[in-house]
Design a protein around this ligand. Structure first.
Ligand code: LMR
Length: 408
């Protein structure tokens, strides 16, 4: 009977959003959910998205039919080119199969299902290793399909930077053929990424240990403003001959949060039968997709596809990406600068060293609670702030409030 169903806790992030909305203070600041805001703290519709939207609305060929199970073909092929780069031998050799998904979450879930159904059969004792910390939703997506979870050290609280030695040691001691979940760029929640040299060492260890990489890529182009810089790790691992999975989201880099546009990719290792293996994997993924969602939602994929496949619109998109990443970098400088001007105890260089949507401030749970109660400033309990919630009008206020709780 359903009487045995216990009450589940509210999702912490969406709960935080609801609490912010209910707060009637005119001082309130939302540094919670990872969604871009402009300098007026408002959601920003990318101009290129607006343009694509108008083109679609005028197109007499557009209708409301089902998409194929694997999604819009022009979208998945353009997504491949974007995520591994157009000149990748993996594309030329037919070693990638891609399915359009319900944003990045859907892609992570499809990959999780695939691993649980097939990879775990071959390696029944395998565990999936995720960074400590990682995006909160990763835990439940992977445990829901029955994969056992482990973690590798990632964040070093004292240096407020990457615990590279801890990470390497953990990858070394994990049993061979472990699944390793990696954030391709702009690590959520820490904003700390390995350098290219560190990625190369990670790949070397993982190759030796026959670990299986699963990249979650939610911030390509949004992190640095440079699409090629932000897919460096994925390209490097493909060059090293790995077989791997990729979850790709268009929520942040297109500002298409509600449309749920994303893509899942399986990349086969180079071998004489790689093309045939890729087709077999694709056929199984299609069955999983059909049973889960039948076929993906069309609207967001149409917008992204139009932009990705048109040279002029693509350049406009790159300019829009630079607008977003540039404003965030300015806010990093402003927050660090104000804290240093106030001589707030501690070091604040990590705010400008970190990259992407978030800064992992190092504020304690108690300080976070105080900022919310006294300052009406909302952030996740672990001290993560969404940099996009800061603007030229509130950054000074936020710095002053942080200064206060740090001195308390
Ligand atoms: C976040 O971490 O804030 C975003 O990725 C939104 C989400 O779905 O959790």
């Amino acid at each position: 009977s359903v009487d045995v169903v216990p009450q589940a806790p509210e999702d912490p992030l969406f709960g935080l959003m609801a609490a912010y909305r209910e707060d009637t203070s005119d001082k309130k600041v939302d540094l919670g959910i990872g969604a871009y805001r402009d300098n007026n703290a408002k959601p920003w519709i990318l101009p290129v998205v607006k343009k694509a939207d108008e083109i679609i609305h005028k197109d007499p060929e557009v209708n409301h039919e089902y998409l194929p199970i694997a999604g819009l073909a022009q979208f998945t092929s353009a997504s491949q080119k974007l995520i591994v780069s157009g000149d990748s031998p993996a594309i030329k050799e037919g070693r990638i199969t891609s399915l359009q998904t319900v944003s990045g979450t859907g892609a992570v879930h499809l990959g999780a299902l695939f691993l649980a159904k097939f990879y775990q059969k071959v390696y029944p004792k395998t565990a999936l290793y995720m960074s400590n910390p990682t995006w909160a939703n990763h835990h439940q997506i992977f445990s829901n399909v029955g994969l056992s979870l482990q973690s590798y050290p990632y964040w070093h609280p004292q240096t407020r930077a990457l615990d590279f030695d801890g990470m390497k040691a953990s990858l070394e001691s994990a049993p061979d053929h472990s699944i390793i979940l990696l954030h391709a760029c702009a690590h959520n929640p820490t904003g700390v990424d390995p350098t290219p040299e560190q990625w190369s060492s990670i790949a070397t260890i993982m190759k030796r240990k026959s670990h299986f990489p699963f990249f979650d890529c939610a911030y390509q182009g949004f992190a640095s403003g440079d699409l090629a810089k932000d897919n460096f790790a994925i390209r490097h691992f493909i060059e090293q001959g790995f077989e791997l999975l990729i979850a790709q989201s268009y929520a942040k880099n297109f500002g298409l949060y509600g449309e749920r546009a994303g893509c899942f990719h399986f990349v086969a290792a180079p071998s004489s039968d790689a093309g045939e293996r890729t087709k077999r994997v694709g056929s199984q993924l299609a069955i999983l997709q059909r049973s889960e969602i039948s076929n993906p939602p069309a609207y967001g994929a149409r917008i992204a596809s139009l932009v990705l496949n048109d040279k002029a619109l693509f350049s406009e998109w790159e300019a829009n990406l630079r607008t977003m990443s540039g404003r965030i970098i300015d806010m990093r400088k402003a927050l660090r600068g104000k804290l240093e001007d106030l001589k707030t105890p501690g070091k604040w260089n990590h705010i400008t060293d970190q990259i992407g949507m978030f800064s992992f401030t190092g504020l304690t749970e108690g300080q976070v609670a105080k900022l919310r109660a006294d300052g009406h400033i909302y952030m996740t309990k672990n001290g993560r702030i969404s940099m996009a919630g800061l603007n030229t009008k509130n950054v000074e206020y936020v710095a002053t409030q942080i200064d206060k709780v740090v001195r308390d």
